[in-house]
Design a binder for this molecule. Sequence first.
Ligand code: SF4
Length: 453
Amino acid sequence: MFPASDVCRLFFGSSIRIEKNRIEIDCPYEYQITSRVDVDGIVSTQAAGLAGRNTIKSVAQIPANREIKRQLYRVLSEITGICFPWGSLTGIRPTLVASEIESVEAMTSMYDVRPDKAQLAIRTAREEARILEKTDERDVFVYIGIPFCPGRCTYCSFITQDNFRNSGLLPDYCDAVIREIRAMSGALKRVRAVYIGGGTPTVMEDPLLSRFLNDCLGLIRPDEGAEITLEAGRPDTMSEQKLLSIRRAGIGRICINPQTLIDRTLRTIGRKHTSDQFYKAYEWARKVGFSSINTDLIAGLPGETEQDFIYSMEHILTRMPESITVHALCKKRGSNLDTEQILSRFGDEPADGMVTYASSRIIQSGYHPYYLYKQKNTVGALENTGFAKEGKECLYNVAMMSDQRTVIAFGAGISKRLVINGKFKRLDCIRHPREYIDRVEETIRKKIEFFEV
Ligand code: SF4
């Protein structure tokens, strides 16, 4: 049912109801659509009630899951008159398909992907492969999660804690992470990249932040020349002194994310900083010596026009960060934003124009796309793309998305992957920080067993 429900969600959002082998949808069309896979693996889809439509049958040697999606997408697209930029590719990694077929024409004709997206996917897939080739299956990538933020953005459903309401929790959380890292030190060999993400790790004030970073990196002992990234995230959590402490801890790459430079939107989405605070934080980061800065922008934020997005984009480009990540707004379950407010599935999709503009403008400015992924429930079913200047791509991002490298994650709310004979396994851990702190010994035992330390 998963492939079929993914495609139904693409057209009808979370209003679909799944019951055993049946999906029901409230919509203005009356159809019964049946998808079957026979004993020989031939897939067929039939829509009763659609005038003149015959059964579509599998014509290509592609996995049944993908074929079901492909056929169902065509039927629903014909019924609703709606096309999506990525066609029937609803999975999180369209670059995987692009790397298999490497042809714009094939992606377009087979999966109904729009030619500009097919081109982007093929180009990015080649870049991902080139970057991954610089690493080895024995290499290890480390993630440290800090699920605390200074308040919650309206579109976020991440298990993040408002630091001001839970200020007592953070030092205990840091201690628990350090315990975990110490216990796992036997597995921390050939560490090629470390990513300290969130949440917003810079909610920590000095001296807690400096102590935490120095303790973590002292225990991890990354390889010489390893990439070390800290997701500073919200500009209102930064100061020149804090950025200096981060730099002195040996961190070379930092993310400062405004998401938009329109102050009105920043207020709407519940981010308690202004565009000026972003410019200031960026200036401090350069001053203390960061030579690799990433900035994130989000397309499709509530109330934003294409002109607003272009304004943010152009102002980011004048700062010349080493990498820029463009996200399509994703309304996750549990966030404060109302679905209808952000998902305009059946009308014009301004986010599509924003993402298309960003892609060509960023490439024109000397960056190249190097990793790409999709999430469920994004505006217009659009993608997230990381662009970088040559040699400034984030190795961790590529390795983590590839599912072909070991990622050892510390902290709450993170999944772990392990390469075994070219395949990977995941280990999900406790997501809530309070529970994580209380049960850290249990987490350590599970992780030691999982990684066979
Ligand atoms: S900064 Fe990121 S993790 Fe924190 S509330 Fe906003 S979207 Fe969520």
